[in-house]
Write a new protein. Sequence first.
Length: 349
Amino acid sequence: MEIVLTKNSKIKNVDFENLEFGKIFTDHLFVCKYSNNNWGTGKIMPYDNFLISPSARVFHYGQAIFEGMKCYRSDNDSLILFRPDENFKRFNKSSTRMAIPEIPKNIFFDGLTELLKIDKDWVKKGDGNALYLRPFVFASEPSINASEAIEYTFMIICCPAKSYYGNQKIKVKIEEKYSRAAKGGVGYAKAAGNYAAQFYPTSIAKEEGYQQIIWTDSNNHKSIEEAGTMNLFFRIGDKLITSPTSDSILDGITRKSIIKLAKDSKIHVEERIITVDELMNAQNKGELMEIFGTGTAVVILPIKTFGYQKNDFNLPDLKNPWSLMLKKKLNDIQYDRSAEYENWKLKIS
């Protein structure tokens, strides 16, 4: 691997206490290119703009996928990656669906670990603090022929992050018109276009006072799928319910971790279809206790209010919500305060 270090670090100019998510990036990035049916040699270099052809296929046919990961700093200064093998598997699953060549494991992990060793000072201690990692790949071949590309660029960039929504509880809207993904489509992949398609209906929801959308199935908008950037969990009575993954629902790594932690905490978990009618019935009976989202950026995010058919419904204020209990268990693992689930951690020395 070729390594070129920056001569002027930006870190001294960064206010780590007041970060806007996704706006500030570390000093270096990793890049590796694919051509002639092979991935080349990776390179770490100073973070900067780069030239790309206006005819690059990514601009015209949307061949691009990404992952979201976090690196945490423990109290003893170890750097911890949380379940990176799951991100790697999902990255290549997304690539396959978008007709992008899979990235070799050594390139993915060597790029990640070397980049973290170089930019380690950007990973700060403390709950809520992390370095968000964004591996992504896009079709960089200069051609507007409507077919998959033969040249690609894989990159990893990093940005320091605090809690995505802070400690606030958010307000969401159950969508009745627009769809995030259709059966047989690319909803399970972290394809860039999935997120672009969400922006317009989400902007409408924001104008109505909501932060995110609860997406429903594309056939008749009766079954709940996921939220804009999160998988969803519903506490109804003494059960925790989450929709099963499918070709229209992202297989969230935080989601599967919370399912495991909940089961180990003797919580009854059901992975099954949950309908809007069931949710409303539970709300009307006073049995709907919690809704929370899970994801890399948000970790666990409690939902205070949901909207449906122009009405808002508030969730009760609980003294000991499952969401906060599970978030603490997960954070203790991520920051290496817990000796449990050591196989979920990759420690960078």
